[in-house]
Design a protein around this ligand. Structure first.
Ligand SMILES: [Zn+2]
Length: 130
């Protein structure tokens, strides 16, 4: 699921976490809340931080737009990693719920044995009779 929305970058002192379903407020220079940032692999965190530092200071407009763009790319990569992890977590939870539903609603051991044995016995008796 590619993330299309432009990530807000340091506008104001406070903004929402970049993860859309989070809703946590973060300082303007941060991309996401502590919890979600912790899900970003270290190399991607470094890339975002370095791209962010590269944007600071005085640059020509052309140079700045290149640096802003590369920060955006790094930020989107980090965000997509978190979204993929969250999606995998959700899928796992759904699978666990389904497994739990099967255990409580399914046949227990004895039911399963009789279910498997009965048709076999009937078949044997029928073939023995003339
Ligand atoms: Zn968050």
């Amino acid at each position: 699921m590619p993330y299309k929305t432009v990530i807000p970058m340091g506008i104001g002192d406070y903004k929402p976490c970049a993860v859309p379903q989070c809703g946590e407020g973060v300082a303007g220079r941060h991309l996401m809340c502590k919890k979600h940032w912790a899900m970003v692999p270290a190399d991607q965190q470094r890339a975002v931080v370095m791209a962010w530092s590269a944007m600071q200071g005085n640059h020509g407009l052309e140079e700045l737009s290149i640096r802003v763009r590369s920060h955006q790319i790094a930020a989107e990569r980090a965000l997509n990693t978190v979204l993929a992890l969250l999606e995998a977590e959700q899928a796992q939870t759904a699978m666990r719920d389904q497994a739990a539903a099967r255990e409580t609603g399914g046949l227990d051991g004895d039911d399963l044995d009789s279910f498997l044995e009965e048709p076999e016995d009937e078949l044997a008796e029928e073939t023995l009779e003339p």
